[in-house]
Design a binder for this molecule. Structure first.
Ligand SMILES: *Cc1c(COP(=O)(O)O)cnc(C)c1O
Length: 215
């Protein structure tokens, strides 16, 4: 594997102010360790159980990002250690995170997932719901909503992807401009240059670093 090389190449291409989450779902602890040895500390997983197993096996200074859809009954397993939950898409999930974070005496950083893609199957709040969700949850003391996450439509149409990213960026600017260090998580292996050009400050890249996934 050329994991260290891939990481180095990618780091060269992205501005310093853009954080890189290395998406390690389905990849082995050995592969993650290889990326870790090359200096990478932020890793993304989309299944809670898999993330817990890797957290137990790997160095403690790794920052674990939950980037997938989260079932409420799984929140308790990651509450002791998760660094950032990207895919918060319901009010009920927010309240469960609040509860489990409180039990662990932590404040858990979260991003609201916003539905920007054309496809109906993707998760997330509708753009016009987000302001109300933020307002409704201002008083939560163990959840900190620090930004937004979104995924563009899976298409070759760059103009469409750009439009969708721009929509998320303007919503982000409107709602988070006055907050300290807000996070806009958008961009994956196929579209991260476009995402960064549109204002993303956190990209989630898997296959470009670790190679294609076999499910
Ligand atoms: C798998 C996944 C990624 C990474 O995808 P690649 O195309 O391998 O870079 C990013 N974000 C989410 C939410 C994912 O599920």
């Amino acid at each position: 594997m050329k994991i260290a090389e891939n990481l180095k190449q990618l780091k060269k291409e992205i501005p310093e102010k853009v954080s890189l989450v290395a998406v390690s779902k389905t990849k082995s602890a050995e592969s993650i360790q290889e990326a870790y040895n090359a200096g990478q500390r932020d890793f993304g997983e989309n299944k809670v159980q898999e993330m817990v197993q890797k957290w137990e096996a790997l160095p403690r200074d790794i920052q674990w990002h939950m980037i997938g859809h989260v079932q409420r009954n799984k929140v308790k397993y990651m509450a002791p250690f998760v660094h950032l939950i990207h895919g918060v898409d319901t009010q009920k999930l927010l309240l469960e995170i609040e509860k489990q974070a409180a039990k662990n005496d932590r404040v858990i950083n979260c991003l609201l997932q916003v539905h920007i893609a054309e496809e109906r199957s993707k998760f997330g709040f509708e753009p016009n719901e987000v302001a109300a969700v933020l307002k409704q949850n201002q008083s939560l003391s163990h959840v900190n909503i620090i930004g937004l996450m979104g995924m563009a439509t899976f298409t070759d149409d760059k103009e469409q992807i750009k439009r969708e990213f721009q929509q998320l960026k303007s919503l982000f600017d409107e709602l988070f401009a006055s907050k300290p260090n807000p996070v806009l998580s958008m961009g994956m292996s196929g579209d991260y240059p476009l995402a960064i050009a549109t204002g993303s400050n956190m990209i989630r890249v898997g296959s470009l670093i670790f190679g294609a996934r076999n499910y």
